[in-house]
Design a protein around this ligand. Structure first.
Ligand code: BGC
Length: 607
């Protein structure tokens, strides 16, 4: 960005950032405690490894690639690779044994190099080990935010960490600690809440749960993402520009402070820019604020193809330590950085800082002593105990928005219940994006239970299913209508006129509710969605209305609550919008009093 294009406002923010950097460098440094996760020898071990490393080896440590496409046989050693990821694309194998075997093979390649530095294996296990079919899938973070239950978040993270390790990984790109300002953003569900306070409380538990004692084989390194302003871009555009004032920036930094206090291992920088400066290249926020002032001593990792997309060596100079050099970026990154060091535009000190941070996390994980996955964990993937915890999370995440005429709880011996809508019996639809596939799936997946199955397990009378709303079972005592969004991830889920998503329900889903509400006396609507939608009219047409978010694999938990086996506990983690007209640059928010929401943050009825 040219200096002449920096506005007066940007200067104010800049001075503010320098100010907070200074303030925190004074206040935080005094309270800095030595982290308990690595011993006093760790830093000297790092010094000795660093002193042995060549430039090529350092650049290699900073490189992260996929286990497919980006590398061929021998590339781990040839390019001195530091980390491998699994994301959308060919699976590492047919089952967990094969996944572990694949990563063991790659680890052995890394160990065969001159210095034998082990690899970090990362994955987007964002609501359970969701890339592995058969794993326990928790509600997406928005549902965990609705539970408001920090202990439950910690326990869920422990289970996710164990199942993640069981499939061969030692690092997860989770939790997302965005503060969404606008429901139009396609990643609202990845974040806990619009409240920085609630998010901060839950991030603490999430990091604690994932990382625990990192030397143990059932824990993983966590990543807070996406630093920073990902959820507060104008009009909710993924990767757009975030124009906020200093008070709001402080609020967004708050959850990161909590993550750093918990010794989080990594922080991923974001696709968005702040006041026109892309976050990958934002030296003030990455180096001055996060590293120097907040004393973050872990790895700053880029997002997807961050090097080629956001300024190449500029991002390294801004403080990025590891580069997701995927999808064709590897050679460009390694050659570009080598040239940069040789021509003096990137200092060797900067590289040493980056590699030191990467080695520190590898030592914390105990990888030099114990670099391989533990096969005894495989039996715990999707175990009944793990599923019970996920079911508890589903039960506690449900928010009851309306309950009139004693519509709920339902009597188990109603003579006839009709369940309406595809979402009632499709565990892919009920789980959203980042489930089995990056963009989610539209089918039932292994080990999961649908809402309809749960209802059938409990109801003692007849249960009929009207999948497409065309069968007109109008003689039922009660209609349970399950509507919502189809799965999406990242920018595919933005609502901006270019994607298929809308703030309102599809016409088909609106019609289910309207038709049944005219004929059946008790109408229960369950909304399965990654964000609050504008459903003002549908709430009027129903007797009871439940926000179920994206509950994940244990759909039967929903049935247990509507039949009264458990009470409702969930509270809204977002303000609930009443009209599409209320959306501008941002959506209705609890800190913006100019727009009255339909339901306020924290709302939720009980029996
Ligand atoms: C997403 C990140 C994710 C990364 C790796 C990116 O496109 O923004 O959240 O961790 O891909 O899969």
């Amino acid at each position: 960005m040219k200096a002449s294009s920096i506005s007066k406002y940007n200067f104010t923010l800049l001075y503010f950032l320098i100010g907070i950097s200074f303030f925190y460098s004074i206040s935080c440094k005094q309270v800095l405690k030595p982290t308990e996760d690595y011993d006093s020898l760790t830093e000297s071990k790092i010094d000795s490894i660093l002193s042995l490393m060549t430039l090529e080896e350092k650049i290699g440590q900073m490189s992260q690639v996929r286990h497919f496409s980006d590398i061929e046989k021998g590339d781990i050693t040839k390019h001195h690779i530091g980390s491998v990821i699994h994301t959308q694309g060919p699976l590492p194998g047919k089952n967990a044994q094969e996944w572990q075997a694949k990563f063991t093979k790659l680890q052995n390649e890394a160990l065969s190099t001159r210095l034998g530095i082990p690899l970090l294996f990362a994955v987007d296990a964002v609501h359970g080990q969701n890339t592995y079919e058969g794993a326990t899938i928790f509600p997406h973070n928005i549902g965990m935010g609705a539970t408001g239950n920090a202990k439950l978040v910690e326990e869920s993270a422990q289970i996710t960490a164990k199942e993640t390790q069981a499939t061969g990984f030692n690092w997860t790109f989770s939790p997302c600690i965005a503060i969404p300002y606008n429901e139009k953003w396609g990643r609202v569900y990845e974040a806990y809440s619009e409240s920085p306070e609630l998010t901060s409380e839950l991030v603490k538990s999430s990091v604690k749960g994932h990382q625990g004692d990192l030397r143990k084989k059932h824990t993983v390194l966590a990543t807070a993402k996406h630093f920073i302003g990902d959820g507060s871009t104008d009009y909710g555009r993924e990767g757009g520009d975030t124009n906020i004032g200093k008070h709001q920036l402080e609020q967004l930094l708050f959850p990161y402070r909590k993550a750093v206090e918990q010794d989080i291992g990594a922080i991923m920088v974001s696709f968005n820019s702040i006041d026109g400066i892309n976050m990958h290249a934002h030296k003030i926020l990455i180096t001055d604020s996060l590293k120097n002032s907040m004393n973050f001593n872990g790895i700053v990792v880029t997002d997807w193809k961050g090097y080629s997309r956001f300024g190449q060596n500029e991002i390294i100079n801004a403080g990025v330590d590891m580069v997701m050099a995927v999808d064709g970026d590897l050679d460009m990154f390694q050659n570009g950085l080598r040239d940069g060091v040789k021509n003096g535009s990137v200092s060797e000190n900067r590289l040493n800082d980056a590699v030191r941070r990467i080695l520190r996390q590898k030592l914390r994980l105990g990888l030099f002593k114990n670099p391989f996955p533990d096969s005894t964990l495989i039996k715990d993937i999707g175990s009944p105990a793990h599923r019970n915890k996920a079911r508890q999370a589903v039960i506690e995440s449900l928010v009851l928005l309306k309950n009139e005429n004693k519509a709920l709880p339902l009597n188990k011996n109603l003579s006839k219940i009709v369940v309406v809508g595809e979402h009632a019996d499709n565990t892919g639809l009920q789980s959203g994006g980042w489930t089995v596939e990056w963009q989610g799936v539209h089918r039932n997946y292994e080990g999961a239970t649908s809402i309809l199955e749960g209802i059938k397990n409990i109801a003692e009378g007849e249960v009929v299913y009207d999948q497409l709303g065309t069968r007109e079972y109008y003689d039922a005592d009660t209609a349970i209508i399950v509507v919502g969004e189809t799965p999406y991830a990242e920018y595919f889920g933005d609502i901006n006129g270019e994607t298929k998503y809308k703030l309102e329900l599809s016409k088909k889903h609106q019609d289910y509710i309207k038709k049944y509400s005219e004929k059946v006396s008790n109408i229960i609507v369950i909304l399965v969605s990654g964000r609050p939608l504008v459903v003002t009219k549908q709430i009027e047409q129903s007797d009871a209305f439940i926000a179920a978010w994206l509950p994940g694999s244990e759909g039967d938990g929903i049935a247990q609550v509507i039949f009264g086996e458990y009470n409702f506990k969930g509270k809204l983690p977002h303000s609930w919008p009443k009209s599409v007209k209320d959306f501008g640059k941002y959506g209705p928010n609890f800190w913006d009093s100019s727009v009255e929401p339909l339901f306020k943050f924290g709302y939720g009825l009980e029996y």
